[in-house]
Design a protein around this ligand. Structure first.
Ligand SMILES: Nc1ncnc2c1ncn2[C@@H]1O[C@H](COP(=O)(O)OP(=O)(O)OP(=O)(O)O)[C@@H](O)[C@H]1O
Ligand SMILES: [Mg+2]
Length: 274
């Protein structure tokens, strides 16, 4: 069974903003998929559709067997525990210690608010420390998060995502704010942990070379349309750059015009197109 399955998924924010356009996608468990595309191409929207933060306008998104669009609140809550997220901006609490930040990753499975490191169950603190150790930051466990470098902060964010013991890790441009060396460290860490824990990873990136190096599979998006879906090993630099090229832009625009005509026809009752 696929870990993630999208069937004819469209996400429309307004009449002229369609961030996902009839996307079909099957993601196998334990694979590392990279999303590539220009700013505004729909990468974050796709990730948000997968973790249930957005509901599709049409089509269905199924994650670990749960259909996200129609799931009950309790099912969604359960699913969110299985899906860890990492963001470009880390989203750590700067005034908190590194270890407490990692503990917050377990909040989804705890009742009530927590104030301070020792308000977390010992088992959670222990798990948090193990994950912090895995990302190489156990020595910094009592350091304020805002005193860490960007690369270190992102590693803390990875540990926080892991503390909930997810099956899927979604990373939205996790290295876009980092220098090349830290970027490589963070990507390598995510890839290593994914292998060890058999995680399914979907990671959006801007850098073609990182995508080719770390991804098993590359999905290219352009104006919400899936314009490429290939094994990374089969994608050359030039192929990947085409995702950004004018040719795709004109093809996507043509598809949009065709879609518009279809809608006009349908709206006027002129045809049953499907
Ligand atoms: N909540 C929202 N409301 C309205 N429009 C939105 C919303 N979220 C995204 N969009 C629009 O959907 C399109 C895709 O945006 P998205 O953020 O998914 O792109 P992206 O590929 O992640 O871009 P970036 O590389 O800049 O992060 C854009 O046109 C954006 O303005
Ligand atoms: Mg984005």
């Amino acid at each position: 069974m696929s870990a993630i399955s999208l069937e004819n998924v469209t996400k429309r924010f307004s009449a002229d903003t369609v961030a996902a356009r009839d996307i079909n996608l099957e993601i196998d468990p334990g694979t590392f998929t990279v999303l590539l595309g220009l700013s505004g191409s729909g990468k974050s929207t796709l990730l948000r559709l997968i973790n249930g933060l957005h509901k599709p306008t049409s089509g269905s998104v199924t994650v670990l067997g749960t259909e996200v669009g129609t799931a009950r609140k309790t099912q969604l809550r359960h699913l969110r525990r299985e899906v860890g997220m990492v963001f470009q901006q880390f989203h750590l609490v700067g005034s908190m210690s590194t270890l407490e930040n990692v503990c917050t990753g377990a909040l989804g499975s705890l009742r009530g608010p927590r104030m301070g490191l020792f308000s977390y169950p010992k088992a959670v603190r222990q798990r948090a420390l193990e994950q912090l150790d895995r990302v190489g930051l156990a020595d910094q466990r009592f350091q304020r998060a805002d005193t860490l470098s960007g690369g270190q902060q992102q590693r803390v964010a990875v540990a926080r995502a892991l503390v909930q013991q997810p099956k899927i890790l979604l990373a939205d441009e996790p290295v876009a704010s980092l220098d090349p060396e830290s970027s490589n460290q963070v990507m390598s860490l995510i890839a290593q942990i994914a292998r060890e824990d058999d995680l399914t990873v979907i990671c959006s990136l801007h850098q073609v070379e990182l995508a080719r190096h770390w991804g098993d599979r590359i999905i290219g998006l352009r104006q919400g349309v899936k314009v490429m879906d290939e094994l990374a090993a089969d994608v050359s630099s030039d192929d990947a750059m085409r995702i950004y090229s004018a040719q795709w832009a004109s093809e996507a625009a043509a598809a949009e015009r065709a879609g518009g005509q279809e809608e006009q026809l349908a709206a006027s009752g002129g045809a049953n197109l499907r």
